[in-house]
Design a protein around this ligand. Structure first.
Ligand SMILES: [Zn+2]
Length: 105
């Protein structure tokens, strides 16, 4: 289970996590939490249409993996899952860094 509390990296306040979303143009959605004390925002995800698409594929691979009966197929799906996850991470990290800067100006 996820820990429902978070510690602010800016002022150290510990508070219940409240997830916020900011919708931007071109179907981009920025997910972040905001500290109730110092208002510092911490971005945890930036979803672009391309990333949304990869997430759909990753869900489909997960479903196929759950149903896979042959070991070979399972291994292939697992490798694909790893590749998709890595690609999402590589695409998302610079967007998260950028959004963090924008939201904390
Ligand atoms: Zn804070």
């Amino acid at each position: 289970m996820n820990q429902p509390f978070s510690k602010c990296e800016h002022c150290g306040d510990v508070h219940a996590i409240v997830l916020q979303e900011q919708r931007r143009k071109n179907s981009v959605v920025v997910g972040y939490t905001q500290c109730p004390v110092c208002q510092h925002r911490a971005v945890f995800s930036v979803i672009t249409p391309q990333i949304r698409d990869l997430q759909k594929r990753i869900r489909s691979v997960k479903n196929q993996y759950a149903k896979a009966k042959r070991l070979k197929k399972g291994e292939r799906l697992l490798a694909e899952y790893g590749r998709l996850k890595e690609r999402i991470g590589l695409l998302m990290q610079p967007l998260i860094d950028q959004a963090n800067e924008e939201l904390n100006q």
